[in-house]
Design a protein around this ligand. Structure first.
Ligand code: FA5
Length: 343
């Protein structure tokens, strides 16, 4: 019996050396550990032995079995690590592309804009999308009676009927809305900071408008505000020209500053650009010198500090830069469009 077990072990040691792939490995495993293997046969006759013999041979048989199992397990690891015929990689086969996520084109453009302003020492701040009438309009020199309110078709938020609400007057002042522009952050920031400073405010804004190829009810803006002593329109001109030349990678582009009206700036301007290859002027932003009333409303002395502010449509800039004909592509969730913006 003992000889038999030794014989199985030495035959196995010889055989395992010849195994080169997983099929052969499996055949060897079945031959030595399977139900019809010599080892199983030995185990089967064990039951007819005396208790004494059982102990001796049982121990030896178990040792051999453990040896076979360990050697087989080791061999398998070796074969898998080497790559056998069965699982060799065919390097001529075309690869399978992994789907990695990437930034939405609007996020990408927002990042590009931020990087340019950060390099000019601007800070990036953000504000709430749900605003009060006070910050969105009144503090920006647009009182309720002002016809300029018509410039921004507003989504008002229905007030909750609540008896615990303060007086009617306060209720009116705190009416909530979805911000129609990022300009309320001019006020919020000025209330809490002392000049000099320069900030940009990226953010989502909402307007109750009919949609078309260049208008959405929800879009993105980038506000800019620089306040300090002796800040002038000339500073604005320099900063904004630098920005656009970098953004469109066109150092020779042309600019036009047209007088315009926004209640919170004086004077107000509209900026037009003409890039290499553009046949007509493109309107890209509203801007101007921060209105004295706005400076006063935030506790500044307009005789001591001045500032410029601007607001541009991130979507419109993305459309110009990447030649996108319809703003609605950004929002309809069609992956065929989004995937074109993989870097
Ligand atoms: C404003 O919202 C002012 N707050 C901008 C401003 C800031 C002026 C600071 C002066 C000082 P306006 O309504 O023109 O202005 O909007 C600014 C930009 O937002 C537009 O030039 C345009 O690019 C974009 N925009 C306006 N309406 C839409 C819309 N419905 N869909 C997509 N983009 C829009």
């Amino acid at each position: 019996m003992s000889d038999k077990l030794s014989g199985i072990k030495s035959a196995f040691e010889t055989d395992i050396r010849t195994v080169v792939d997983l099929d052969q490995w499996e055949a060897l495993r079945v031959a030595y550990l399977g139900r019809k293997s010599a080892l199983s046969e030995v185990m089967a006759v064990m039951k007819d032995l005396s208790a004494e013999q059982k102990r001796t041979f049982g121990k030896k048989a178990n040792e051999v079995r453990a040896f076979l199992e360990t050697a087989l397990a080791q061999k398998r690891i070796e074969l898998e690590a080497k790559g056998t015929h069965a699982n060799l990689i065919d390097v001529t086969r075309p690869g399978v592309k992994r789907h990695a996520g990437h930034l939405h084109p609007l996020t990408r453009v927002e990042e590009e804009i931020k990087q340019i302003f950060l390099a000019m020492n601007f800070s990036v701040v953000e504000g709430p999308e749900i605003e009060t009438e006070h910050y969105n309009f009144d503090a920006l020199n647009i009182p309720a009676s002002h016809p300029a309110r018509e410039m921004w078709d507003t989504f008002w938020i229905k007030p909750i009927t609540d008896n615990r609400q303060p007086t009617t007057k306060n209720k009116m002042q705190n009416r909530y809305l979805l911000r129609t522009h990022t300009s309320p952050m001019q006020i919020r920031y000025m209330e809490n900071h002392r000049p000099p400073f320069q900030i940009i405010v990226p953010g989502r804004v909402f307007r109750y408008e009919a949609t078309d190829a260049s208008h959405e009810i929800n879009f993105y803006q980038m506000e800019g505000l620089m306040v300090g002593t002796n800040v002038s329109l000339a500073n604005f001109k320099y900063v904004i020209e630098e920005f656009f030349k970098k953004f469109f990678n066109d150092p020779d582009m042309q600019f036009r500053f047209r007088p315009s009206y926004f209640p919170f700036v004086e004077p107000g301007v509209e900026v037009d650009i003409k890039r290499k290859g553009d046949s007509k002027w493109l309107e890209v932003m509203g801007a101007g010198m921060v209105h004295r009333n706005v400076l006063k409303a935030t506790g500044y002395n307009p005789d001591e500090v001045q500032g410029f502010a601007f607001g541009m449509g991130t979507d419109r800039l993305a459309m110009l830069k990447y030649k996108i004909p319809d703003i609605r592509f950004f929002y309809n969730g069609d992956l065929r469009f989004i995937k074109q913006f993989k870097k």
